[in-house]
Design a protein around this ligand. Structure first.
Ligand code: MSP
Length: 644
């Protein structure tokens, strides 16, 4: 049976970040794994280019929308090419074939009676391109997913009869426990569906940047809803609506998504497919979110990690290894240089790299780099059994998307190899004249390395190709069959010397937080700015004084109605008029406690609007796991006293 593996298609409203890289790495690993096993595999990735959000981003960047989409789409594609992502197709939703496919699907759903015209009125979040019922909004106004302000939209719309598929969906989840992985995530989807599905608005009239309606409907005032358009990419990429050239790959085996877009993939997408009379994907694999040093990444915080910067500093394959090893699939993960460096040093450099170096060294010394496996079974049957057991556990881990367990299990091989060298001391055996025994241990370890390299190759393709080269074989489906499935040993071969593969890392290699800006500088400019010198992290004293910090006295304080977080303060900064400061501290301070207390204020921030109220400054505060506290002067100071 063939395999079809997909990533979500990425919005072209900003550059790729580490979360995008993660989805792409897992999907690429899975596709390579299937290809290694000899499965006929198709791997799709691409970009999602329509909708109001993209239109607005292009306007902000003063670019025609198509030109803007072309540029960002190319930046994703170039990045994946540089990272040697082995995709079979990179789809763009602005491709003519895709647009035709979406129109065809719309016609089919319409002909089936699953699409009708009505009016929609609701709270819409442009950023998430989603309507939310009032009951789901935060503080009656803000998007429950991203926190941005929603707006009320009333428009004529075509609707998809999602409600019609409620029972069928529930039945499918029940009968196919692997439809949503990890299984722990299925419950939230099932509960959502059980809560009742409302028909889905699938067209928009408020903007034009989308796939047009099929001509047969004769209603060009609408464009397609971006999620309908986007989800259909998984079949238009295979030729749906054109020539069905690759539709033999459908249904997909694994569709990787982040947990934030699971609902679209586990509810809307299967309902669309049911309407189109197409089979459903075998598995939707929902991964967790990456944080940066424990903090959510966001453009506004400026702590987004650009994958290229990390890859330039540490190597893209080390990054793949780290991300897949660090996080149990489905759970959130944290990116910290410390954790990354620890894994490079202990797992890649010590466990794997040193083992290879030792084998190169010992084989050179004892047998002029010739390895002969003739006596391995005789002296090392125990180690071979343990190795084979670990190898036989691997497939289930990978097929269940548990990459961290897969790698953990694979690392048992290096423990067996290192243990054999320490336990049997081939150098001592050589001294005692037990040459066969010594060479058998070296051959055992060389075989362990060969097998481990094959199984590690989907995660670290280039590095393992070098290991294979050192061991004089090639990683491909033949060697997979021979060494893994049939459990054979490499018979007689010569080892080649290769330079150490994983130099130890002693200091963090990225002095400055690698930040992906919405208007990111050209790649080479960015490299210069962020990965070269240690002192790039430091600022001039003048830069510090650009921020005006002042002592303020809170004169009035009140709670902001309908907000759990905000307090509205009037702060005296010695300027005559008080400043209004809206601060997110209500969970930690009551309004009355603040009156007449001293605070430290950033006094030269551009005024901002928070829940419709102007805020003319920011309070300094410190937050850790025990909560937040305001930063205050040690002794009372006059209002307006400069800090610095
Ligand atoms: N365009 C839609 C997907 C349409 S698929 C038919 C979209 N694009 S996205 O660019 O916003 O996000 C793409 C993927 O990146 C999602 O799977 C999302 O979960 C993932 N991530 C975005 N930020 C992330 C982290 N911080 N960590 C991990 N993955 C995250 O949604």
């Amino acid at each position: 049976m063939s395999k079809y593996i997909t990533t979500p298609i990425y919005y072209v409203n900003g550059e790729a970040h580490i979360g995008h890289a993660y989805t792409t790495f897992i999907a690429d690993t899975m596709a390579r794994y299937e290809k290694l096993k000899g499965e006929d595999t198709y791997f799709l990735t691409g970009t999602d280019e329509h909708g109001q959000k993209i239109e607005e981003s292009a306007q902000k960047n003063n670019k025609p929308t198509q030109e803007f989409a072309d540029e960002i789409s190319a930046s994703f594609k170039n990045l994946w090419d540089e990272f040697e992502i082995d995709y079979d197709k990179f789809i763009r939703t602005t491709d003519a074939d895709h647009k035709r496919g979406v129109q065809k699907a719309f016609e089919v759903m319409h002909a089936k009676g699953d699409i009708y015209k009505d009016f929609y009125e609701g709270h819409y979040c442009v950023s998430c391109e989603t309507f939310f019922p009032e009951t789901q909004l935060e503080d009656g106004e803000f998007c429950p997913d991203c926190g941005r302000t929603t707006s009320i939209i009333k428009e004529e719309s075509y609707f998809f009869k999602l409600s019609k598929y409620e029972d069928k969906l529930l039945k499918h989840y029940e009968e196919n426990p692997d439809f949503i992985l990890p299984r722990s995530r299925a419950n939230e989807v099932i509960n959502f569906v059980k809560g009742g599905l409302r028909d889905l608005s699938v067209t928009r009239t408020s903007f034009t940047w989308g796939v047009q309606m099929p001509e047969s409907l004769n209603d060009q005032s609408h464009v397609m809803y971006v999620w309908l358009d986007a989800l259909l990419n998984y079949i238009t990429a295979l030729g749906y609506g054109k020539d069905d050239a690759n539709m033999n790959y459908w249904p997909a085996s694994t569709q990787f998504v982040g947990k934030d877009i699971l609902r679209f993939h586990a509810i809307y997408w299967p309902a669309f497919l049911m309407s189109l009379d197409l089979p459903l994907p075998k598995t939707i694999g929902a991964h967790g979110w990456w944080t940066r040093d424990g903090e959510k990444m966001s453009k506004s915080k400026g702590n987004v990690i650009a994958p290229k910067v990390v890859a330039d500093a540490y190597g893209v394959e080390n990054l793949r290894y780290f991300m897949l090893r660090e996080v149990p699939f489905g759970q959130d993960g944290d990116f910290s240089q410390r954790a990354f460096i620890d894994r490079i040093n202990s797992e890649l450099s010590n466990d794997l790299g040193n083992l290879l170096n030792r084998i190169i060294g010992m084989s050179g010394k004892y047998s002029e780099y010739e390895i002969d496996s003739v006596d391995v079974q005789k002296y090392h049957s125990k180690e071979l059994d343990a190795m084979n057991e670990a190898l036989s556990n691997l497939d289930a881990f990978m097929e269940n998307l548990q990459t961290h367990r897969y790698l953990e299990e694979l690392w048992k091989l290096f423990a067996i190899g290192n243990g054999a060298i320490t336990g049997y001391e081939p150098w001592a055996k050589m001294k005692e004249g037990k040459v066969d025994e010594a060479l058998a241990t070296v051959a055992l370890v060389a075989n362990i390395l060969a097998k481990a390299a094959i199984m590690l190759s989907p995660v670290m393709p280039k590095t393992t190709a070098t290991i294979a080269d050192a061991l004089n074989f090639e990683i491909n489906n033949d060697s997979y069959k021979n060494l893994i499935l049939e459990k054979n040993l490499l018979k007689v071969f010569n080892i080649k010397k290769v330079p150490p593969l994983f130099p130890r890392v002693d200091e963090p290699l990225m002095p400055e937080a690698p930040v992906a800006q919405p208007n990111a500088p050209q790649e080479d400019e960015r490299e210069e700015k962020s990965v070269t010198k240690e002192d790039d992290n430091l600022i001039e004293i003048g830069q510090f004084f650009e921020t005006s910090l002042k002592i303020g006295i809170v004169v009035e304080a009140e709670e902001v109605p309908k907000s759990k977080k905000l307090l509205k303060l009037q702060v005296d900064l010695g300027e005559g008029n008080n400043r209004q400061v809206v601060a997110g501290i209500r969970e930690f301070y009551s309004a009355e406690d603040l009156i007449n207390t001293q605070v430290c204020v950033v006094a030269n921030l551009k005024p901002a609007k928070l829940m419709g109220m102007i805020s003319e400054g920011m309070l300094l505060a410190a937050k850790d796991e025990d909560g937040l506290c305001l930063v205050r002067p040690e002794k009372s100071k006059k209002a307006g006293t400069a800090i610095g």
